[in-house]
Design a protein. Structure first.
Ligand code: ADP
Ligand code: MG
Ligand code: ZN
Length: 619
């Protein structure tokens, strides 16, 4: 979501004013600079008298007690290492009459002026003023330029950014735009009522809700819901990505938080929205490199600000995260983010609703059946579905069609699930091996009872993989029974077993299969108690990302002995899965051969083709 642009709009006219001013100043001062008084040498009184007597003086001006005079011819002054035609002499307070008489006698013109001599401070100031002004202007301009060019991150513009960052938004998003998510919408409905008329709640002494944490997988519409909440309530919205708080300057994160809360309070009723809260709100003192000072200060400031709310401040702090597990417990304390709203991946109905919202934008052909598309996209988030519609529209545009057809959606979905098709020249023997491998997966998936229905098998390179067997669950599941997982393991390892049975050797093509299968088997053994030897004990390793903190610092909470048992159980599980796959392949060897040659020819087989091939093989 785009924040408001931190840069103030450029003030070009101001630039011009400054330049004009500078030029005018120069023009004004240039003439006076040209007839600036020429340099003068300071003559002691005695020397002046001597030179006067020698007849070396051509004219004098008297200012107060100072004489400013000219020599008839320029004189060399070795001490200053230069010639002077002008001199200055301080006259004593007495005995000047003799000098005046002498001047008169020699017919030297004498001028008497008031005030100070030419080298007085005023003249110095006058002669340097343009330069000082010029420097100031230059400095000022350079600052402006720096600010304009550095964009963000320039040291100069950082105060400015603090000021301009929190321009409030008034989203016009409505709850209608958030499809599905009925639970979440119901939970935030109460907040809308509060924000619309906070006084009604304050009058009866009800405490204002403070912090609401939106939790859910990426793309489920957390940011969208926050905006819709502000839109429905018609209040000011101050969005802020938590990672933006963290800056290179120490203490800026905290001061931004202060500023943000201050602005929001001044403009209440309002909503502060801190997106990706986990990037600052992670458990303190965790992670590599000790405590991240900046992060902790920012977090502490958020906590302090939330505690500092007065009862009548109609400000609600919303935050979103997809990692509630790593958040600092202090954030969840009552009075802080004590309300939790969970957004789940949409179910089939939810997906239909989301598709409807986003399909409004595009012209759909008559053959498009949104419920059917929703049925074929389990596990897709709201963002994924939006992307699906967009990809379908792009596909239709590429084909120069006016409407988006059902076929476009199929292509778009394949592209999202499997990655874009890739042209890669595969030698025939490798292609044969690929066909064997994928047919192995397919056959075992077809015959095992607890697997998801087959959707498609392909040996056309897509994304990062060379081929793929795709299954599509009939409906989404929230828990998985053991037999489902065991069958899944067998399907995963079947590609490699088919290669071994049909070609006599295995290949590197099973790299990812083995990796996935091992991970699944390990979880079955160490987390879900699905192995007799280990039993119902949680022996999971830390799965935390090392940079995310928390669990990293803790030691493995199982012994070497347990580790050995786990490894053994995992291996046994995998080996027995291989055996199941191998038996199926041997039993249905003829059908497998048939499938291999069909796949090698057609390269891509859909569910109907697979069914047909394997069924007719039976008769
Ligand atoms: P999150 O913040 O949970 O990662 P977003 O709110 O940024 O997800 O969602 C990204 C986009 O996906 C939204 O802008 C919206 O277009 C679409 N989207 C996500 N969930 C929904 C939904 N429930 N209804 C409609 N559109 C959705
Ligand atoms: Mg988001
Ligand atoms: Zn495989």
């Amino acid at each position: 979501m785009s924040n408001t642009d931190p840069q103030p709009p450029q003030k070009l006219p101001l630039n011009w004013v400054v330049w004009t001013l500078a030029v005018a100043l120069m023009l004004y001062y240039l003439p006076s600079m040209r007839d600036r008084p020429e340099p003068a040498v300071k003559l002691p009184y005695s020397e002046f008298k001597m030179l006067l007597r020698e007849g070396q003086i051509s004219s004098v001006t008297l200012r107060g007690s100072e004489l400013d005079g000219k020599f008839i011819t320029p004189r060399m002054f070795p001490e200053q290492r230069r010639q002077y035609s002008r001199f200055l002499t301080q006259l004593p307070d007495f005995g000047n009459e003799a000098i005046l008489a002498e001047l008169e006698e020699q017919n030297i013109p004498l001028e008497v002026k008031e005030g100070h001599d030419a080298s007085s401070s005023k003249v110095i100031l006058l002669s340097y003023l343009p330069w000082i002004m010029f420097m100031i202007i230059l400095f000022w301009l350079s600052r402006r330029t720096l600010r304009n060019f550095s964009g963000r991150g320039g040291a100069f513009d950082f105060d400015k950014r603090l000021e301009t960052q929190f321009i409030c938004q008034k989203p016009d998003t409505t709850f209608d735009e958030v499809a599905g998510q009925t639970n979440a919408k119901r939970e935030v409905q109460e907040l809308v009522e509060y924000l619309r008329d906070p006084d009604r709640f304050h009058r009866v002494g009800a405490l204002a809700p403070r912090g609401v944490l939106l939790m859910g997988p990426p793309g489920t519409g957390k940011t969208l819901l926050a905006r819709a909440l502000a839109g429905e309530a018609g209040v000011n919205f101050y969005p802020m990505s938590a990672s933006e708080f963290i800056e290179v300057f120490v203490g800026v994160g905290a001061s931004r938080v202060r500023q943000l809360f201050k602005t929001a309070k001044e403009n209440a009723p309002s909503i502060i929205f801190i997106d990706e809260l986990d990037s600052v709100g992670r458990t303190r003192g965790a992670g590599y490199g000790g405590g991240h000072d900046e992060r902790e200060q920012t977090l502490n400031q958020i906590l302090a600000e939330m505690d500092g709310f007065a009862g009548h401040d109609a400000v609600i702090v919303l935050a979103a995260t997809n990692r509630p597990d790593v958040l600092d417990p202090a954030l969840m304390r009552p009075g802080r983010f004590d309300r939790h709203v969970t957004l789940d991946l949409p179910d089939q109905e939810g997906r239909v609703a989301i598709l409807k919202v986003h399909a409004k934008r595009i012209p759909l052909a008559d053959d498009v059946n949104l419920p059917q598309i929703a049925a074929g996209t389990p596990g897709f988030s709201g963002a994924d579905l939006k992307n699906l519609i967009n990809e379908a529209a792009i596909q239709a545009a590429r084909e120069n069609r006016d409407h988006v057809h059902s076929l476009d959606f199929d292509i778009a979905r394949d592209k999202i699930i499997m990655g874009a098709e890739r042209t890669l020249i595969i030698p025939p023997d490798e292609k044969h091996r690929l066909a064997v491998h994928e047919s192995g997966h397919t056959l075992v998936a077809y015959y095992l009872p607890n697997t998801d229905p087959l959707y498609k098998v392909s040996i056309v390179p897509h994304g990062r993989s060379l081929g793929g067997t795709h299954q599509m669950p009939l409906q989404e599941r929230h828990t998985y029974p053991e037999e489902y997982l065991r069958d899944k393991l067998a399907v995963m390892l079947a590609g490699r077993i088919a290669e071994r049975e049909l070609l006599g050797s295995v290949s590197t093509g099973a790299d990812d299969d083995i990796h996935q299968a091992t991970g699944l088997a390990r979880a079955m053994v160490s987390r879900w108690g699905m192995s007799k030897e280990v039993g119902p004990v949680d022996l999971r390793d830390s799965e935390e990302h090392p940079f995310l903190g928390r669990e990293m610092a803790q030691p493995h909470h199982h012994s070497e002995f347990s580790a050995e048992i786990i490894d053994k159980a995992v291996r046994e599980l995998l080996v027995s899965s291989e055996t199941i796959a191998a038996e199926l392949i041997r039993t249905h060897r003829e059908r497998l051969d048939k499938l291999v040659s069909l796949l090698e020819r057609s390269e891509t087989l859909h569910k109907a083709q697979i069914d047909e091939c394997l069924q007719t093989g039976a008769s």
